[in-house]
Design a protein around this ligand. Structure first.
Ligand code: PLP
Length: 382
């Protein structure tokens, strides 16, 4: 339907072979392939432990539960994110407290904006590395240490992203990844928790699978006969087919991120002389190591984002919005009584933001086509 879609996945011969081999093995639920995926992901990120889970939301929920967060606790997080970030906080029984983003050039929350929301009830911070641009974790970790609060990274946009030689997912107490279809690496549905903390990883493994002391795979192999339930767990397991896909996708991640980076650079180049389009993170310390998850920009023209997106659609170009501010979503307004004006910078960006197509197999010609369509729309609107 679209001449230029918003995103596309890269699934090829290696994925097909990997899935076939799992089917041939006759073992579908969590087992040796998942173990291998976890070990390779942990190595890649540079942490001791990785726990594969059903999706990114499960990764966040398990992290919060394992860190002991619950009723009466406040968790500071951004509103310029996918609602799963703060939904997970509420599912854990805690209360999300939204921090504003740093500026219209840096869409991440920062030590400055987080500090403004600290209270005696603050027990954790969830940062989101927006579009794969890492937050200023040096300053955020320092603030967190000073106030004895935990730091969770929502790294759904940021597999492979780095800043100051650390990868996203290795910068806080826990890192949470999503392998949903539109993310930088995909297993269809899937996720991962990363952490240096052995005890925390064990807790997450336990809660991932009903709080049971042994797995079906342990019992099948004869290493365990029975099980006990020692915590109130969930079923947030991944399976071997997805883990096999994950290993293939991880192998290609650096290549795919590099392809994204070069298309991102072309966009920035071609849009540099368009006054009404501003692209964030240009001179930011997170710029170089970005995983370029999405091509996010701000439209300053009176035309408005709705008209621009409608015009792109007429040219067969899909666009998106990252994000409608979470605090102003219908359920959040109703539940918490939030109104606009609460987070001025987040709201300004949210109201003017548009996401242009970006994916590794996109051609340079397609980038030219998108930019031409944007320019033509702006010229017509003058
Ligand atoms: C995709 C995403 C999630 C949720 O991941 P799922 O795998 O869809 O559950 C959480 N946070 C952010 C920022 C995301 O982009």
């Amino acid at each position: 339907m679209w001449k230029v879609p918003l995103f596309d996945c890269n699934l090829g011969a290696s994925e097909k072979a990997a899935v076939q081999s799992v089917l041939d093995s006759g073992w579908l639920t969590m087992g040796p392939i998942t173990r291998e995926f976890e070990e390779r992901f942990a190595d890649y990120i540079g942490v001791k432990n990785a726990v594969a889970v059903a999706n990114g939301t499960a990764a966040l929920h398990l992290s919060l539960l394992a860190l002991g967060l619950g009723a009466g606790d406040e968790v500071i997080c951004p509103s310029l994110t996918f609602s799963a970030t703060s939904n997970a906080v509420i599912h854990a029984g805690a209360t999300p407290v939204f921090a504003d983003i740093e500026s219209t050039k840096d869409f991440n929350i920062s030590a400055r904006t987080i500090e403004a929301k600290l209270s005696p009830q603050t027990k954790a911070i969830i940062v989101v590395h927006y579009a794969g641009y890492a937050c200023d974790m040096g300053a955020i970790n320092e603030l967190a240490r000073k106030h004895n609060v935990k730091v969770i990274e929502d790294a759904a946009h940021a597999p492979g992203a780095y800043r100051e030689s650390l990868r996203c997912g290795a910068m806080g107490q826990v890192g949470c990844f999503s392998f949903y279809s539109n993310k930088n690496m995909t297993t269809g549905e899937g996720g991962m928790v990363t952490t240096q903390d052995e005890t925390l990883a064990e807790r997450i493994r336990l809660l991932r699978s009903h709080g049971m002391t042994t797995s079906t795979s342990d019992r099948h192999s004869g290493s365990a006969r029975s099980y006990d339930v020692v915590a109130l767990g969930l079923n947030y397991r991944i399976d071997e087919i997805r883990s096999a896909l994950g290993i293939c996708q991880l192998d290609q991640l650096d290549l795919r991120n590099a392809q994204r980076k070069s298309l991102d650079a072309l966009y920035r180049d071609l849009l540099a002389d368009v006054e009404e389009i501003e692209i964030p993170f240009e001179h930011n310390a997170a710029f170089e190591g970005s995983s370029c998850h999405v091509m996010s920009c701000i439209l300053t023209a009176d035309l408005g984002v709705t008209a621009l997106r409608e015009s792109l659609k007429e040219s067969g170009i899909q666009s998106s919005h990252h994000y409608p501010a979470v605090h102003l979503l219908e359920w959040y307004r109703r539940e918490f009584g939030y109104t606009s004006g609460m987070l001025p910078v987040t709201e300004e960006v949210s109201n003017t933001q548009v996401t242009l197509p970006l994916y590794p197999s996109m051609t340079e010609d397609m980038v030219y086509e998108v930019v031409d369509a944007v320019k033509a729309t702006l010229v017509r609107s003058h």
